[in-house]
Structure formats: C-alpha cells, structure tokens
Design a protein around this ligand. Structure first.
Ligand code: GLU
Length: 280
C-alpha cells in the first residue's frame, strides 16, 4: 500500500546525512526505498540532508553517490537540503504566525541538567524556556509548544506498513526544536517540508525514526501538507545483536568497495536474506 494506491505515482527517497560514511544498514535502507519505487514504476530520489553545517562534510556526499552506484542503485533526482533553506524559513514563519513556537536559549548541558528522566537518546525538553521571554537578541533555537499545537489540529493518525494505523502522539515527544541556533531548520522541519514538496508518497526508513513521525505528522497538519505512507523497517544488527551504527564500528561501504567487494552481489544478498543477515 502507498499513500494513494490509486493514480498517484509512487515516490520514495533515501535521505542520508553526510556526517560519516555509509554502512550496511544504510545500504539496506536505500535498497528498500529504491526497490519499493521501482517495483511500482515509481521514482526514487536521493536527498542529501546537509543542514547541519558543523557535522556535514562534502567529501561524504561524493562517497555516498559512489556507494549507491556501486550497489546498483540509480536515482531520478538529487537534492541538497542546504539549497532549500528558504523553503524551511517560510514554513517556520507560518508556524510562528500560528503562535505555537517559542525561542529557546538552552544549551544541551542545560537540558541534561534539568531533565529528571532521560527519554530515548535525547531527553524530552523540560520546557525551561516555554512561556518565558527568553532573550530574543541572544542566539536561540525555536521550539514548538506541543501543548498549544496539539489541540489546534485535533486527533491525527498515519498509516505504517508494520504498525497499521498509528495514532499521533506528538505531545509525548516534547517541545522539539524546529530551527536551531545555527541553522534555519531542524531535521524535523526540513524533512516534513521536503517530503511534501518533493511529492514523496512513501517514506521508507528505519524504525529508529518511528517516534519522529509523530512530530512530522503534527507538522504536516499545522502546515496543511499531505501525509505519506510510512514503512519503518527493522534495523540490521551485527553478529553481537547490536544495531549497526557508525559508533559501533560497522564496516563502511566505501571500505568494502575499495577492498574490491562486489556491490551488486552484496545488494542481491541483502535482498535474498530479507535484509536480515549482515554477515550474509
Ligand atoms: N537524514 C536522516 C538520517 O540520516 C534520515 C531522514 C529520514 O529518512 O527521514 O538519519
């Protein structure tokens, strides 16, 4: 099933952040998104999520393109989020006009210190700056006041391939950042704006981003944007059962490529194992 299984052509995307080298988990995700579109005569987009100026590196962009081509994937369009900052700024203005945003001057350390219970990898924002006149002249982020925003849209839901109809629970995500001190958009805002602007019908991505979808669904409603179908897939794990991530030292695709491994054969093995066996 896709967002509109009728006449709308299927559009999927792979949206890596060029902050490091891709590993097998990325390969699996890219192949899934690519194959989902191709099997339906649809379009597959490559979107480089490079708005984090401090962590993004141009050399990783070149490597990502080579990795995907090595796996036998081709894409219909290549976009860079850094070229699209005006779109995000316009969406941010719209949200400001609805009165659901507030400036926040907290640092990561402030938030960690004020958070009683950590929630996932990032603690839920404890609301320190909410309802206060935090210095507008100081460098500040913009956060969404979930308690204000949620009643505006009323109950929301989205469709996920594995979970079925999911009730949107954006409030539980806390007042997430929509524009950073050093960038006019956060991941949440940019991804929501881009998926809509690029006509993405089916978001194929790892289950680690499942909870982010609560935020994206809310933003879609506030901004009057369409809701794609979601396909949150399981993550590859290493032999130790740990999920593959750069921090666990998973081998980079580029290293495998440079060592002479066959990318097409690797992609076929991933498909044949249902994207489960990293050591296949
Ligand atoms: N850029 C994100 C990442 O590399 C993925 C965004 C998405 O698929 O929504 O984790």
């Amino acid at each position: 099933m896709s967002a509109d299984s009728g006449s709308t052509p299927v559009v999927t995307r792979f949206a890596p952040s060029p902050t490091g080298r891709l590993h097998m988990g990325h390969a699996a995700s890219a192949i899934r998104a690519h194959d989902f579109a191709r099997a339906r005569g649809g379009r597959f987009l490559l979107r480089i999520e490079d708005i984090d100026g401090t962590r993004s590196r141009p050399e990783h962009v070149a490597t990502i393109r080579e990795d995907l081509a090595w796996l036998g994937l081709d894409w219909d369009d290549l976009t860079f989020q850094s070229d699209r900052l005006g779109l995000y700024a316009a969406a941010l203005e719209r949200l400001k006009e609805t009165g659901v945003l507030y400036p926040c001057v907290c640092t990561r350390a402030d938030i960690a210190a004020a958070s009683l219970a950590p929630h996932g990898p990032e603690p839920v924002y404890p609301g320190t700056c909410r309802g206060k006149d935090c210095a507008m002249h100081a460098p500040h982020a913009w956060r969404i006041d979930m308690a204000r925003a949620v009643p505006i849209t009323g109950p929301l839901a989205w469709w996920d391939e594995t979970a079925g109809t999911v009730r949107c629970e954006a409030l539980a995500q806390g007042d997430v950042v929509l524009a950073r001190k050093d960038a006019p958009a956060s991941y949440h805002l940019a991804v929501t704006v881009d998926d809509a602007a690029q006509g993405v019908t089916d978001v194929v991505r790892g289950v680690d981003l499942f909870s982010a979808t609560h935020v994206h669904r809310l933003l879609q409603a506030l901004l009057g944007l369409p809701t794609p179908a979601y396909h949150h897939h399981t993550l590859l794990t290493g032999a130790d059962g740990e999920r593959l991530a750069k921090r666990h030292g998973a081998p980079a695709l580029a290293a495998m490529r440079e060592a002479g491994a066959d990318g097409l054969a690797l992609a076929e093995r991933l498909r044949a194992t249902g994207f489960s066996g990293v050591n296949a």
